[in-house]
Design a binder for this molecule. Sequence first.
Ligand SMILES: O=C(O)C1=C[C@@H](OP(=O)(O)O)[C@@H](O)[C@H](O)C1
Ligand SMILES: C=C(OP(=O)(O)O)C(=O)O
Length: 432
Amino acid sequence: MQRVTTSSPWPAPRARTPVDLTVTLPGSKSLTNRALVLAAIADGPSVVRRALRSRDTSLMAGALTALGSHVETGGEDWVVTPGPFDRDAAVDCGLAGTVMRFVPPVAALAHGSIDFDGDAHMRNRPIGEVLAALRSLGVAVSDGDRLPFRVTGAGRVRGGRVVIDASASSQFVSALLLAGARYEQGVDVRHDGKPVPSLPHIDMTVAMLREHGVEVDDADPHRWTVAPGPVAARDHLIEPDLSNAGPFLALAALSGGSVTVRDWPRHTTQAGDALRGILTEMGCSADLSDAGLTVTGPDRLQGVDLDLHDVGELAPVVAALCALADGPTHLRGIAHIRGHETDRLAALATELGGLGADVTEHDDGLSLRPATLHGGVFGTYADHRMAHAGVVVGAAVDGVLVEDVATTAKTFPDFAAFWAGLLEESPAGRAG
Ligand SMILES: O=C(O)C1=C[C@@H](OP(=O)(O)O)[C@@H](O)[C@H](O)C1
Ligand SMILES: C=C(OP(=O)(O)O)C(=O)O
């Protein structure tokens, strides 16, 4: 776990009085990258409307283009035309789990050798189960269980049954399901191991496959079967990224003000929808209306005892908010987030602790007790959600400097300018 020191740390703006804000947020990373993959293996062109334009989605578009698809990313709506996967290619995964996990099963369909690599830390993130699964489904994959690796496609994949341990990441399952319909025998994935985290993301994969006309059986909680067959071309309208709504809703929670996120879907498979329940448990009110989701913060923020196994990507912002709460907190069930963009449990314990939080790191979570926080540099370890955690604390505490805030570009274009603009425009910023 290394701190990144690319530019001067960013002085996080304060919210000194209750905010009153309405925001329109960029699209979901998870929905955009699934829509791009499915479009690239579909039987005709598809449009990804209101696609998220960020580092992770540009890397996905770049990967699918390298394989031979045509992805037009000029406007708000991205047009994807499947092409022949008939060449050798190199894929840069950056730090995008969705690119490193979702693209190899697609590359296996190519006629060519596809080389994968990514950022330095990406070489530590787990992928071995996907590579082993591909080998057992008849695909030539170089030795090893980490980046860099090579997938040599023969233009066809046998497919069939495979057993994996997906306890480190739900993306292992999603990856095999997304491409599985294009395998000769489809794919029958069984999980054998500790519980799979982030299950809403597998539900998202299954729902989107079905929208593309693919037959998926997910009746058994540890088994997913995708029937072989065509993937129908289909346009998608991308919902706002509800996980990235976390820091914005946290502003309402910590300032006792109100934040409305426009276009919050009434029904969604996004994990971020769980923020409504989490913030309510912390004492906020959360109202879903035609205007969007409005969260209003309480006078005193309560600590919580939560199992975040299904929604681990929310942990950094939730932990930051809990560090500001009046009561104790225990966040459990999130050992797997040690394999995210950084070891998030260690990073949160170190960085929140560095600002005076009373935080204890456990194997599978964190506990926090009320403490008076102070300013200082908040390290982000190239992790967008660590930067979100830093700005949340910085909105409530003087003198917080967020290192490498530009790392938020992974899933949110120009985050810092947007965040600062909001706090300037709100009465909270003007009062400061
Ligand atoms: O499939 C996806 O789009 C994601 C799945 C989850 O990964 P893990 O299962 O590795 O937690 C989530 O944390 C990540 O942000 C996005
Ligand atoms: C875990 C995350 O990302 P990735 O898709 O790179 O796994 C995340 O965004 O919190």
